[in-house]
Design a protein around this ligand. Sequence first.
Ligand code: AP5
Length: 216
Amino acid sequence: MRLVLMGAPGSGKGTQAKVLGKRIKVPHISSGDILRESIRRNSALGVEAKTYMDRGELVPDEVLLGVMEERLQESDCGHGYILDGFPRTVPQAEAFRTMLANHAAHLDHVLWLQVPTVELVRRLSGRRTCKECGSSYHLSLDPPKKSGVCDKCGGQLIQRDDDSEETIVARLTVYEKQTTPLAEFYRAQHLLSEINGVGSLDDVLERMLGAIGGNA
Ligand code: AP5
């Protein structure tokens, strides 16, 4: 199954994609994680991407599309995947459609997580991420057992560079302008399901499973 998970920054894409991926046995592929890993390795891609990400802007398509096409051709993607953060604009969705057509493949569902802005800001400003394994926590909504330490690997929890108040506002503006038109693109293809992203992690997961036909 090939799935796209779309939603505003902080809507829970990464959190849900990890769990849903395990349930339906496909890899979770996050464009943001790929870019952050490039920054960590200080690669040419990472150096270029960082300048955009720190401002809350989108990384240009000429930088991103090749990286995503390469990732989607890796062997673990043979039976599908959940995409988190890609495509993010209509031109990216058109390029993605061409990638799929070149491999005689098709997209099965697009799930659009809906969360009010006030809740998005609350989630992003309290998010802490493990420096080692990337696991995500929230200071009050989903705290680690020991403050500042990852439950899973013992790594240090840090705040993402783009989770500062100023950059959160910039990211939400970019989302409204550049990503929300994608919903219409996929609605016209009868692929889009809107999912209420507010509630417990299990409740949101159940809604997503319901929208894709509970395929396990
Ligand atoms: P990316 O990494 O994709 O970030 P984003 O879209 O801004 O989304 P986030 O990762 O911030 O949020 P999320 O929806 O995954 O929420 P999460 O599950 O963590 O992109 C970062 C940057 O990379 C972009 O700004 C851009 O520069 C660049 N980029 C990436 N893709 C690109 C592309 N295709 N083209 C161009 N540039 C690109 O949850 C957030 C918090 O809420 C967590 O603390 C979590 O614990 C908590 N939480 C989650 N669910 C719930 C719930 N149900 N109830 C309570 N708390 C919850």
